[in-house]
Design a protein around this ligand. Structure first.
Ligand code: NAD
Length: 261
């Protein structure tokens, strides 16, 4: 018999830090970790939205740390991780999730847009992990990064995003290899299209969305809760022998060649 989602308590008393937690996948992941007993440190660029979201988590003030952070600022990411560990007494799991899209070909995007995308989507992951490693060594903890299928294959017109997410995938592999002896596991998820504000910004009208869903073997975009299920699995003891993995969660869209038959 399958247990209802969230009825497990795999993170009772554990401290979990999540970036980009005010919306979409980050918010669903925070909700799932909280439902499974975790104490949470959450950050987002949108501090007000984060505070409003966190009210619904029903966590005691001693079990919640919130901070408005622009993860494009590496020092601010490091300061968030340090402050989270100080406030909640250590760190067991870091989820580097904040991300932005960036439209355009190499000869269309500005150097500023390129650098901003690298700062938010890739460098922030480096800075978060850098600050978290001493704490995760003590807890023998885990890192889960939100990458994308766009980091595995080239999504047309999204070069900066694709490159940054490809970097996240290999940064994750390197963390896994370099820190296995410290008892730290590192994995990432590679979502396909997920119904969040990021996707609706990208697929602006219903016809584009319908065309995408036609290409997905499971026939629909994913939900933030389905991404949260994958992230919490990778962070949990259920995944004790899994490290260095880029787990594709895409309804099968990258499993096919796309060739007509
Ligand atoms: P979302 O827009 O719903 O949420 C992203 C959150 O990150 C927002 O709350 C936003 O305020 C925050 N954020 C953005 N820039 C930030 C910054 N500089 N500093 C701090 N916080 C910042 O989008 P989402 O779909 O939930 O995206 C979450 C992650 O999932 C991203 O890394 C994204 O690349 C990845 N992803 C999303 C999809 C999809 O289809 N939605 C697919 C693959 C991967």
């Amino acid at each position: 018999m399958t247990e209802p989602l969230g009825s497990m308590r795999r993170f009772a008393g554990k401290v979990v830090a999540i970036t980009g937690a005010a919306s979409g996948i980050g918010a669903a992941t925070a909700t799932r970790f909280a439902a499974e007993g975790a104490r949470l440190a959450l950050c987002d660029l949108a501090g007000d939205r984060l505070a409003a979201f966190a009210e619904g988590l029903a966590l005691a003030p001693a079990d919640l740390f919130l901070k408005a952070v622009d993860v494009a600022d590496g020092a601010a990411v490091e300061a968030f991780v340090e402050a989270a560990a100080a406030a909640l007494g250590g760190l067991d799991v870091l989820v580097n999730n904040a991300g932005i899209g960036c439209f355009g070909h190499v000869d269309e995007i500005t150097p500023e847009a390129w650098r901003k995308t690298m700062a938010v989507d890739l460098d922030a992951v480096f800075f978060g992990c850098r600050a978290a490693l001493p704490h995760l060594r003590r807890s023998r903890g885990a890192i889960v990064n939100t990458a994308s299928i766009s980091g595995q294959l080239a999504d047309a017109g999204l070069v900066a995003y694709n490159v940054a997410k490809a970097g996240v995938i290999n940064l994750t592999r390197n963390l896994a290899v370099d820190h296995a002896a410290d008892g730290i596991r590192a994995n990432c998820i590679c979502p396909g299209g997920v119904g969040t504000p990021m996707l609706t910004a990208h697929m602006r009208d219903a016809a584009i969305m319908a065309e995408y869903e036609r290409l997905v073997p499971l026939g629909r975009v994913g939900t933030p809760e389905e991404m949260a299920a994958a992230i919490t699995f990778l962070a949990s003891a259920d995944a004790a022998y899994i490290t260095g993995v880029a787990l594709t969660v895409d309804g099968g869209v990258t499993a096919q060649t796309g060739q007509p038959n």
